[in-house]
Write a new protein. Structure first.
Length: 73
């Protein structure tokens, strides 16, 4: 996985393909996997979760912890 972070964008890639992105606006970070704007740390967590789900699946303990952290369990 690669997570690229700049001042206004974040991109998560796995196996050379973009799997999720985040864009910063005045309202916060808009992540392609989140229904509402979030803060910077939550955006990073959401991108990490997207990568973990693709590479390890739904039953991965780390993915389950990240889901709980995001309030998605």
């Amino acid at each position: 996985m690669a997570l690229e972070i700049t001042a206004t964008t974040m991109t998560a890639t796995a196996a050379g393909k973009v799997i999720a992105t985040a864009t910063h606006t005045d309202c916060g970070w808009h992540v392609t996997t989140c229904p509402r704007p979030v803060d910077r740390n939550t955006a990073i967590t959401a991108l990490m979760l997207a990568e973990r789900l693709i590479t390890h699946g739904e039953n991965d303990p780390c993915a389950q912890d990240l889901r709980r952290e995001l309030g998605r369990d």
